[in-house]
Design a protein around this ligand. Structure first.
Ligand code: KG4
Ligand code: ZN
Length: 341
């Protein structure tokens, strides 16, 4: 059994966790920065990096104390090395390097996306490779065929905005506050998903790619039409996202023969309507459906510790000069598509 210290600092959550290779989360601590970024309606990189510097050390100390272990007891130190806001990533990675050097422990540089991608295996011991993963977060919207640790085939990505980005922008347009996803979900619960006609970009197209930019513009037009309540727009927007995600994922299932399960991960996977619709799709295709608990969907350090444990078991450790990476695709072979993704 290996004990891993996980560190996460790639966006606006500072987090530290202690996770074992037999799936025990001994401690997981998180310091959000919502109030620091709220006045700006989005994450400000420089504010985030400074907040990570202040929060990280006490957070690691608190996690070690909660788990009842000392740094000398851990087998390896795993930290997010990208992709993400580079200032924040560097804070976590440099801290991990210093701890690894001081305590003479191996360092594991974790791809944040791999943290999300493997998190369902922390939650569900029965989940075996390969599986089809819908990875939906603030920066990414991808369908991945997960063949093993470090082995990802990207079947689809977004040609413009990520799903979480669409939720965040919609929240901003509707004056619902920050962070947007949970606010839109709350407002949507009080609205009618059929009230506002909104587009379903790329619905039915042969490639399983995603697009959300047109949806965001349609939300803006609906708001300015002064005909609909914010709740009805939020509900209709959420339904359009659900319809797109389901159509695209259904298409990808056809391209992923041999997948043992349909799996969802990333912050947007915390959305109940999206989870329910994916569960229905999995049932339709007679696939098991796996979604991590909500706390494990949004950014956290337990998923980084777990990805570290998976890599450690395979002997995949890193040198102390490993670089922080603002961009770091899981599947470097994937064809380039227009826009981000
Ligand atoms: O994975 P995550 O915590 O951070 C990134 O790596 O991006 O994902 C954050 C994203 C944000 O865009 C946030 O608005 C969205 O996940 N999100 C949600 C919900 N909770 C978080 N989107 C829809 N419904 C939610 N309940
Ligand atoms: Zn994330």
């Amino acid at each position: 059994m290996a004990l891993i210290l996980g560190i996460e600092s790639s966006c606006d959550e500072t987090a530290a966790a202690l996770v074992t290779s037999d799936r025990a989360v001994l401690a997981h601590r998180l310091a959000g920065q919502e109030s620091a970024h709220r006045p700006f309606g989005g994450v400000v990189p420089e504010i985030a990096a400074r907040a990570h510097v202040e929060a990280l050390e006490p957070l690691i100390a608190a996690a070690l104390a909660e788990a009842g272990v000392e740094l000398g007891d851990v087998d390896a130190i795993a930290a997010t090395a990208g992709p993400g806001l580079i200032g924040g990533v560097m804070v976590g990675l440099v801290t991990a390097k210093a701890l690894a050097l001081a305590a003479d422990k191996p360092l594991i540089a974790v791809n944040h996306l791999e943290g999300h991608a493997l998190s369902p295996r922390l939650a569900d011991p029965g989940l075996e490779f390969p599986y089809l993963l819908l990875l939906v977060s603030g920066g990414h919207c991808q369908l991945l065929f997960v063949e093993g640790v470090g082995r990802y085939q990207r079947l689809a990505t977004t040609i413009d905005d990520a799903a979480g980005e669409a939720f965040d922008k919609t929240a901003k347009l509707l004056g619902l506050g920050f962070p947007g996803g949970p606010e839109v979900e709350r407002a949507a619960a009080k609205g009618d998903p059929r009230a506002v006609p909104l587009p379903r970009p790329l619905l039915g197209s042969a490639e399983p790619h995603f697009s959300f930019a047109g949806l965001k513009s349609a939300v803006l037009r609906a708001r300015d039409a002064d005909m609909y309540s914010a709740e009805d727009i939020a509900a209709s927007f959420q339904q359009a996202v659900v319809d797109c995600l389901i159509d695209r994922t259904r298409r990808a299932i056809d391209r992923a023969p041999g997948a043992t399960a349909l799996v969802v991960a990333g912050g947007v996977a915390a959305n109940a309507a999206i989870r329910a619709a994916l569960e229905g799709l999995a049932a339709e295709r007679a696939l098991p459906f796996v979604a991590p608990p909500l706390w494990l969907c949004t950014d956290n350090a337990a998923m980084i510790g777990w990805a570290g444990a998976e890599r450690f078991a395979l002997g995949l450790t890193d040198q102390l000069d490993v670089a922080a990476r603002p961009r770091w695709p899981l599947d470097p072979e994937a064809e380039k598509v227009r826009g981000a993704g």
